[in-house]
Design a protein around this ligand. Structure first.
Ligand SMILES: Cc1cc2nc3c(=O)[nH]c(=O)nc-3n(C[C@H](O)[C@H](O)[C@H](O)COP(=O)(O)OP(=O)(O)OC[C@H]3O[C@@H](n4cnc5c(N)ncnc54)[C@H](O)[C@@H]3O)c2cc1C
Length: 450
């Protein structure tokens, strides 16, 4: 095996594929090892619906400034459909304490719930000032003090109405897929410095029409050596390169290369044997970094009944499913799909149910708020990401203390091994971040040798 200018990329999600594509275009010899029988990882478009409808089981929204993902869509001629803003829209509804309706409807809530929630967003924009450089939260003036606190500590200090605080806690569960108690206030401040420093700025987002998974599949189609059903079990870092062992069927194979890029979630990296052991800081990072939990239930209705009610499908609720939205809002069709997206503690609870129990629960919550809706159901599907053996997580959610302990290690190589993935980027938890981390790992390797 020729090792000169060669890289083994472990994992064919957006991080691994972006790294491999970058190296391949630079003339390097690249082999991608992927444990699943498909590429894309946490980008997983589900086709279980009628009339060619698709819903995203994993990553769904591509932001306006996600230039790498938008660039891939353009390069591979994949059409995009515009979705409303992730942060909030005028016809969003809430369902709390047995009431349901538009969050600004004072007749329902007895006060302007939307305005109360907005006051928390304004406070969040203020909090963002505490992290002047979101690429280096560990260097913020009060980094340690903020990192010792949780998002829950901060929410509890807000003067807003208790229902508004509950709605904001749901935002943490949905966006970071962890309980507010388990999310570092420093990382909340860092994320707000990245995205929420201007309250009320509602940016459009996109989905790829026909499924986001077309992006990873398009990249994979131009890579010359991608091996599916190849689960990496050990990595040997030697003086002149790396030898990676993987299991394919019943046999173990090895491959040697100058460098390797580990582009898998740390939850599955924990199962890999490293020889020699990783440096202490990396081993701690792999073992300790916290991840969230999330489930999706997709319900296809024969009619988009929500339109007639002046509701766009987005619902924040104190019920077990936490959040819903319309998965088909970017296309024209008679049938429509609602996704119930449940992160954090409720997501972990729903992951313990059988698929059918989880679907039944989501259907019954929506039926209670919109009586008769279940008569319109055509198809359903669900996925619980912590149960997926090659994910075991939703995405990284740094717990109190973890930003200051691990931030720098997330970006540092260990010998010939480079780390990539949605965790190893400032755009954590996004496809864009995974792509950025992969491209950066590839460029770092190219940079060493040029
Ligand atoms: C429900 C959900 C909703 C999301 N919504 C959004 C969204 O709206 N917008 C957005 O931008 N992002 C979203 N994300 C996040 C996004 O999916 C991820 O940030 C991104 O896809 C991660 O890419 P990755 O390459 O880092 O990891 P992955 O996609 O997990 O890829 C890692 C690959 O490694 C493989 N692998 C694992 N272990 C091994 C092993 N031992 N050997 C070989 N291969 C292995 C896996 O099978 C997988 O294919 C969402 C994620 C989830 C779960």
């Amino acid at each position: 095996m020729k090792k000169n200018r060669s890289v083994t990329v472990i994992g064919a999600g957006m991080a691994g594929l972006s790294a491999a594509y970058e190296l391949h275009r630079a003339g390097w010899q690249v082999t991608v090892l992927e444990a699943r029988g498909r590429v894309g990882g946490r980008v997983f478009s589900m086709h279980n619906f009628s009339n060619g409808l698709i819903a995203e089981g994993g990553a769904e929204f591509i932001d306006k400034d996600h230039t790498r993902m938008l660039g891939f869509a353009k390069e591979f001629h994949l059409p995009l459909g515009e979705v409303g803003s992730w942060q909030g829209q005028a016809d969003d509804w809430d369902a709390y304490e047995g009431k349901a309706g538009n969050s600004n409807d004072t007749n329902i809530w007895g006060f302007d719930l939307g305005k109360e929630v907005d006051s928390i967003w304004t406070a969040l924009a203020e909090l963002s000032k505490q992290v002047p450089d979101p690429q280096h939260p560990e260097s913020a003036p009060n980094a340690k003090e903020l990192d010792q606190q949780s998002a829950a500590d901060w929410i509890n200090r807000q003067a807003a109405h208790p229902l508004a605080r509950m709605a904001f806690a749901d935002h943490i569960r949905s966006e970071y897929t962890c309980e507010p108690e388990n999310f570092s206030l420093l990382d909340l401040a860092r994320n707000s410095a990245m995205y929420y420093s201007k309250p009320g700025l509602y940016e459009p987002t996109y989905r790829v029409i026909g499924g986001n998974d077309q992006i990873p599949r398009a990249i994979a189609s131009v890579l010359p050596d991608l091996r599916l059903n190849a689960e990496v079990t050990s990595i040997n870092d030697q003086t002149d390169g790396v030898t990676v062992t993987y299991k394919q069927g019943n046999s173990f194979q090895t491959i040697s290369s100058s460098f390797a890029i580990l582009a898998i979630p740390l939850t599955t990296a924990r199962l890999i044997e490293f020889n020699p052991p990783l440096p202490q800081a990396h081993q701690r990072m792999v073992n300790e970094i916290s991840y969230g939990a999330v489930t999706k239930v997709m319900i296809e209705y024969r009619k988009r009944f929500w339109k007639a009610k002046g509701w766009n499908g987005r619902l924040s609720t104190d019920q077990q499913i936490v959040l819903t939205w319309e998965a088909t809002s970017h296309i024209q069709s008679e049938h429509g799909i609602l996704t119930a997206y449940t992160g954090g503690g409720p997501g972990a609870k729903l992951s313990a149910l059988s698929d059918q129990e989880r679907i039944n629960l989501a259907v019954s919550v929506i039926e209670k708020i919109f009586p008769g809706s279940s008569d319109l159901i055509e198809n359903t599907a669900t996925i619980a990401w912590i149960n997926e053996p090659y994910s075991r997580c939703s995405y990284m959610a740094l717990a109190p203390g973890q930003v200051t302990s691990h931030w720098q290690t997330l970006f540092a190589p260990a010998g010939h091994l480079y780390f990539a993935g949605e965790h190893a980027t400032i755009y954590q938890g996004f496809m864009e971040g995974a792509a950025e981390s992969g491209q950066r790992a590839a460029q770092n390797i190219i940079g060493i040798t040029s």
